[in-house]
Write a protein that binds this ligand. Structure first.
Ligand SMILES: [Zn+2]
Length: 399
């Protein structure tokens, strides 16, 4: 009886602390009186919780606020540079990393190349990368909240194992478990598009949105879906595989076995491939002036379109039309308030937003189409890496 009561009160204390910490994060700067008013907890109870949070160094007092009669209240805020989190984004040939502090502020970022991409080599590279960061910023183990890893693939949300990551060539791998063992720190694994969605929800364009979708476009195309303010992963973790929505039945064969999946029509690799083919076929375009057609990049195509090249612009418009077909299906099925397009789309998105909008307005039902806002991610290509770093923060704040 006594034991279970102690257990209960410990749980309640931790639960209340996480809740109050989260409230401070959202309302800061905030006074103890305001916390008491917002939670319904007594000033004494708030005082005890705040003292514990101050002692642990999560928060600090930052001067006084406006008085509503009586003494000026002492204001509380999250303490920057107190605790840290690392986010890793594992891709085919590199690992991108970020270090953020407890407030989600970006402290440091970079990337390391991956010569060989196996789960084992990725874990070794990740480990040395994290050790370097902790050395460089003198962060001891107690101040490191954890590591989040994003991968382009299906992830089991309970076991954190990678079920399948076709672009990495991984099947049923446990890099999070391996890294946890080596570092003796909490390590979490998440799908790349879902990581981006977590980032937009925590510090980006979807902080106030409950139903939204983040679509990442690069070598593959995937979506991170939030419904009712919570991540939606589906029955077996494969929700959001929008890259395999068929947008042209007569299109090329996809890795999944179907024909004309969105990925085969609008992924970055496919757009560049189409541009190279266009140049080789002698279409009039400033892209013909490139020294090495084989080294042509999406940036080259966007720059040409921006400078008024009709052929390059047509190619990007065509890409946006295929995207529009797939997004219309999402709009009809999920009725989101926002769709945030990220990764390589940020290279040319501003050029094709009009086309994308008009396809969705033309193809999706009027009511959900009118209610959806289309946005280009302001986080560029680091949304998923930042999102990965936010996962350990979310645990701290009880989210
Ligand atoms: Zn497919």
């Amino acid at each position: 009886m006594t034991k279970s009561r102690t257990g209960n009160s410990k749980f309640l204390k931790a639960y209340n602390e996480a809740g109050i910490l989260d409230l401070i994060r959202m309302k800061q700067p905030v006074s103890r009186a305001e916390l008491s008013k917002k939670t319904g907890l007594s000033p004494t109870a708030i005082g005890v919780i705040v003292l514990s949070l101050l002692e642990k160094g999560y928060i600090h007092e930052t001067g006084t606020g406006e008085s509503k009669g009586g003494r000026k209240p002492v204001m509380l805020e999250l303490k920057p540079d107190s605790y840290y989190s690392v986010g890793l984004d594992i891709d085919v040939d590199s690992i991108q990393f970020v270090l953020t502090d407890i407030t989600g502020r970006l402290v440091h970022e970079g990337s390391v190349p991956l010569a060989v991409n196996t789960a084992d080599s990725a874990v070794k590279a990740s480990e040395s990368c994290i050790n370097d960061i902790m050395d460089r910023f003198s962060i001891n183990r107690e101040r490191m909240l954890g590591i989040g890893i994003s991968v382009p693939g299906m992830v089991d949300s309970i076991s954190h194992r990678v079920v399948l990551a076709p672009n990495l060539g991984w099947e049923d791998e446990d890099p999070a478990g391996m890294l946890r063992e080596r570092l003796q720190l909490p390590v979490y694994m998440e799908n790349e598009a879902m990581s981006s969605a977590i980032c937009e929800n925590w510090i980006g364009a979807c902080q106030k949105a409950s139903n939204f979708v983040c679509v990442n476009i690069k070598s593959g195309i995937g979506a991170g879906i939030f419904t009712g303010g919570m991540p939606y992963r589906g029955t077996s973790g494969s929700a959001g595989e929008v890259g395999h929505i068929v947008v042209d039945e007569n299109g090329p064969r996809c890795g999944c076995g179907n024909y004309g999946c969105l990925e085969t029509m609008a992924s970055t690799g496919r757009v560049v491939e189409k541009a190279r083919k266009m140049v080789r076929q002698g279409v009039v375009s400033s892209l013909n002036d490139l020294e090495n057609v084989d080294a042509m990049s999406l940036e080259n195509i966007a720059a040409a379109a921006r400078a008024g090249d009709g052929a390059a612009m047509n190619l990007l418009d065509e890409t946006a039309r295929y995207l529009g077909i797939a997004l219309s299906n999402l709009v009809n099925t999920l009725n989101p308030s926002r769709i945030v397009l990220g990764k390589d789309f940020t290279v040319y998105g501003d050029l094709v937003m009009g086309t994308l909008r008009s396809v969705i307005d033309g193809k999706a039902l009027k009511r959900p189409a009118t209610n959806v806002e289309l946005l280009i991610s302001e986080k560029g290509d680091r949304a998923s890496t930042l999102g990965a770093a936010i996962i350990p923060l979310k645990k701290l704040f009880g989210r």
